[in-house]
Ligand binder design. Sequence first.
Ligand SMILES: *Cc1c(COP(=O)(O)O)cnc(C)c1O
Length: 295
Amino acid sequence: MLINIENIYIHPVKSLSDTQVQTDILRLDLIHPVISGNKWFKLKYYLEEARREDAVCLASFGGAYSNHIVALACAAKEKGFNSIGFIRGDENTPLSATLQEAAAYGMQFIFVDREAYRNKEAITQQYHQPGWYWIPEGGYGALGAEGAADILKTTDTSTYTHILCATGTGTMMSGLVMAGQPHQKIIGISVLKNHLSLENEIKTLLPDTAHAFFECVHGYHFGGYAKHPENLLAYMRELWQCDALPTDIVYTAKLCYAVKDLIAKKQFPVNSKLLLIHSGGLQGNRSLPQGSLPY
Ligand SMILES: *Cc1c(COP(=O)(O)O)cnc(C)c1O
């Protein structure tokens, strides 16, 4: 199934709007059921470079629940590359749903323990083979940010005062900061606990000519990466009921919750126009017990 960029559209989010603040959402999740949202944008220039270098196999890194890994596996298959994932953890535990899906796209895995996983450079040197093209974990790098910058070019986003996204590695956010305009502020909701190096990791990817202001918000991780307490799930059901908006437990639900809370705390000036980035990731909800969500 091909990537459908033309499926992307913006719609209002009633439950996140009031008389003073208007909130819309950019639906990147609709481009593909697996390579959804920002993952496609972050990967696309790496894939082009791999093609130019006549690579036959794409190699990258991730955890057992990595959206990046499954998106890469799917994109590789679609574009005619082999793929190999260096996975943090133990191969003796049953494969997660994410890895099963990546395997179904033909990805091979090499499992590395936590200690070894920290040193990506050593893994690359140890395993590299001719014809392999390495993509950084989470797509974090200049090409990933450049691809993410194209997110704001899919449609006219110039009238928004604030653009808000969920951040993991910060790659997508770097792209938004690069593509944003001087009157816009880019706000990232970090889904990791105590990821205080995030600002610097974003700055590292920015050229000197980056345009928009940016800010990272650290108080909405709900206990840490992929943690999803019942109050988050309850909020996801509420969003579905009010706005027919599906969100995922790792990223977009935390983004929307944060926006709701920041609006309630009057953190946005009167007449602000917010654009949320729906960055995808819905397939991650499959790790929930059946029936946890109405979608
Ligand atoms: C990976 C991912 C993110 C985070 O992107 P970064 O560029 O790593 O910050 C946000 N939302 C979804 C749905 C994702 O899958």
